[in-house]
Design a protein around this ligand. Structure first.
Ligand SMILES: C[S@@+](CC[C@H](N)C(=O)[O-])C[C@H]1O[C@@H](n2cnc3c(N)ncnc32)[C@H](O)[C@@H]1O
Length: 212
C-alpha cells in the first residue's frame, strides 16, 4: 500500500493494526445502534447514500437492502485494508451492483464526491477522523436539501483509564461531541443514548437538511 502525503496516519494505523480485528471486536456490539441510526435516517428505495468513513462496510448490507437495486451506496475511506473487507462483504452478500468504494481522505471530500446524495450515514467516524467538524461540513454540503443525516458514535466526556485505553486501540477520541455540528445544522435534530445509563455510551443522532 502506498501512502500519499495527504493520507492520514490514522488510515495507516487502521491498515496495519485495526483492519484484521475490526469486525471481531466491533460488529456485534454496534449492530443494534447501526440499525437504529439507519432506521431513523429514513432511507428509501432508489436513494443514493454516502457512507462516510465506511471502514469494513458493516453498514452496507443494511443500506443495500434499503436502497434496493435502483439505489446506490458510496463508501469513502482512507484505509485500503478496511475497504478490501467492504468489497468482500459486498461480493458475499451480492450488492456490488449498487456499491461504489472510494479510497480517499475525507478532508478532501469535495474532490471525491461531486454529486448530491439523499442521505449521509456517519458511524464511528467523527471520533476518529482528523478535522472532524470540517468533515461534517463537507459531508453536509453534498446532502440534498431535505436529505437525511444519521450519526452513531461513542461519547465519553470523562473516560476512565479502561475506556481511554479501549478508545486508543481504535485511534479514537471519544471526548468529541460528534453530534454537535448536526444539532446546529438540522432544526429537527434528535439524539438518543444507548443505553441511557451505561459508562460506555453509544449515541445515535439524526436530522434533516433544511430546504432553504
Ligand atoms: C472506527 S472506523 C469506522 C468504520 C465504519 N464507519 C463503521 O461504522 O464501522 C473509522 C474509519 O475511519 C477511517 N478514517 C480515518 N481517517 C480518515 C480520513 N482522513 N479519511 C477517510 N477515512 C478515514 C479509518 O480508515 C476507519 O476505517
Amino acid at each position: 500500500m502506498t501512502y500519499h502525503p495527504w493520507m492520514t496516519m490514522k488510515s495507516w494505523f487502521y491498515d496495519h493494526f485495526v483492519a484484521n480485528r475490526y469486525d471481531n471486536t466491533l460488529a456485534e456490539v454496534t449492530e443494534e445502534f447501526r440499525r437504529i441510526c439507519i432506521d431513523n435516517t429514513s432511507i428509501e428505495k432508489g436513494n443514493t447514500v454516502l457512507d462516510l468513513g465506511c471502514g469494513t462496510g458493516l453498514n452496507q448490507p443494511i443500506l443495500a437492502e434499503r436502497v434496493g437495486p435502483e439505489g446506490k451506496i458510496i463508501g469513502v475511506d482512507a484505509s485500503g485494508n478496511m475497504l478490501t473487507q467492504a468489497r468482500s462483504r459486498a461480493e458475499q452478500h451480492g450488492y456490488t451492483d449498487r456499491l461504489e468504494l472510494i479510497h480517499g481522505d475525507l478532508r478532501e471530500l469535495e474532490n471525491l464526491v461531486t454529486i448530491e446524495v439523499d442521505a449521509v450515514i456517519a458511524t464511528l467516524i467523527f471520533s476518529v477522523v482528523p478535522a472532524w467538524r470540517e468533515v461534517f461540513s463537507k459531508s453536509f454540503a453534498v446532502l440534498k436539501p431535505g436529505g437525511r443525516y444519521g450519526v452513531m458514535d461513542n461519547y465519553w466526556p470523562s473516560p476512565g483509564l479502561r475506556l481511554w485505553f479501549l478508545s486508543w486501540t481504535f485511534a479514537a477520541d471519544a471526548k468529541r461531541p460528534g453530534f454537535e455540528p448536526l444539532k446546529q445544522a438540522a432544526p429537527d435534530f434528535k439524539l438518543e443514548y444507548h443505553p441511557p445509563d451505561a459508562d460506555v455510551q453509544f449515541y445515535v443522532a439524526w436530522g434533516t437538511k433544511p430546504t432553504q
